[in-house]
Design a protein around this ligand. Structure first.
Ligand code: ADP
Length: 304
């Protein structure tokens, strides 16, 4: 029993449909995806709260309605006048998706601008989940404020869980991204990187190198995801473990693979599962999520 806060940006997603002139509207975001899978994986004795900022407008209302409909708490989503949520539009051409974003002035960029509100959101929580995307969208002083708040939270016994989710397009340049990602890792108990991104942006030769690098920055535990390949786990100083990823019969859409893995793993760990079983739970959930279209696939969750 306890409370998890997931901190980040949720955007509106507009996608073209088969019917000309008709769009589909939904909501998406890495930290929302993980909150959604945590909510569906954990029992009602766990509270899942989203921590973000939205506007006072109708579109922001719709997002809050959606979170509430999913059982995700919105008490710590701040409402800001004259702002609204970020949006993106998906165009489909010959089966390929391309994205257009309107997020430069989104309310979520202010999610850490009120340190007192941030402290209230974290107060009494057991786990704080955040990502490199959460950090990327913030102004510099708010990046520091969020890191400081999480450091305080960890100092009081809270567990900080971080997915680096490297998105160089959201950062001024790759060096800035690398610097902040390491500062984030330093306050996080558990880091959940994906090897392909890490190899590209940090030059890691293998998942073990990724795990060791995050540990060297201060993360106590690291779980390196690697698509269909083995999952590499480093725990404290007890060396590296490798766990197989169960094969997926048909990969339909890999959106939210990493986000759902994180939730499946974390939910199992919080339910008391042993390391190998928690990793398997993460991989199995991710495997079912990528077997269906879309980021939020409630049917992919199997409660024990
Ligand atoms: P991300 O989505 O963050 O890039 P990965 O591609 O490493 O992350 O995938 C996250 C998890 O999703 C993997 O650890 C694995 O459990 C599952 N997964 C991803 N792709 C596959 C695949 N082709 N076959 C089986 N499992 C997969």
């Amino acid at each position: 029993m306890g409370r998890i806060v997931s901190i980040g940006e949720c955007m509106g997603e507009l996608s073209e449909t088969d019917m000309p002139g008709t769009l589909n509207m939904s909501f998406a975001g890495d930290t929302l995806n993980t909150a959604f899978y945590l909510r569906h994986s954990l029992g009602p004795d766990w509270e899942i709260d989203y921590v973000s900022a939205v506007g006072n407008d109708g579109l922001s209302d719709r997002l809050l309605d959606f979170l509430i409909s999913q059982g995700i708490g919105t008490t710590h989503v701040r409402r800001l006048a004259d702002k609204t949520i970020g949006l993106y539009y998906i165009t489909l051409k010959d089966g390929e998706r391309s994205f257009t974003y309107w997020r430069n002035d989104s309310a979520a960029k202010r999610l850490a601008s009120d340190p007192a509100a941030l402290a209230r959101a974290l107060d009494g929580a057991d786990v704080a989940y955040w990502s490199g995307i959460t950090l990327a969208i913030l102004p510099n002083q708010d990046r520091l404020a969020l890191i400081e708040a999480l450091s305080h939270f960890a100092g009081r016994g809270g567990t900080v869980v971080f997915d680096p989710n490297l998105r160089p397009r959201l950062w001024d340049n790759p060096d800035t991204m690398r610097g902040w990602i390491h500062r984030a890792a330093a306050v996080s108990d558990l880091c959940l990187p994906s090897f392909e991104d890490e190899a590209t942006w940090f030059g890691d030769s293998d998942p073990a190198a990724t795990a060791r690098r995050y540990q060297a920055e201060g993360a106590r535990r690291v779980i390196v995801k690697n698509g269909a390949d083995d999952i590499t786990v480093a725990v404290n100083n007890s060396g590296l473990f490798k766990f197989p990823t169960p094969p997926v019969e048909r990969v339909v859409d890999t959106t939210a693979a990493g986000d759902s893995f994180n939730a499946g793993y974390l939910a199992a760990e919080l339910d008391g599962a042993a390391l190998a079983d928690a990793v398997a739970a993460g991989a199995e959930l991710a495997g079912r999520v990528i077997g269906a279209r879309g980021a939020l696939v409630a049917e992919a969750v199997r409660r024990p």
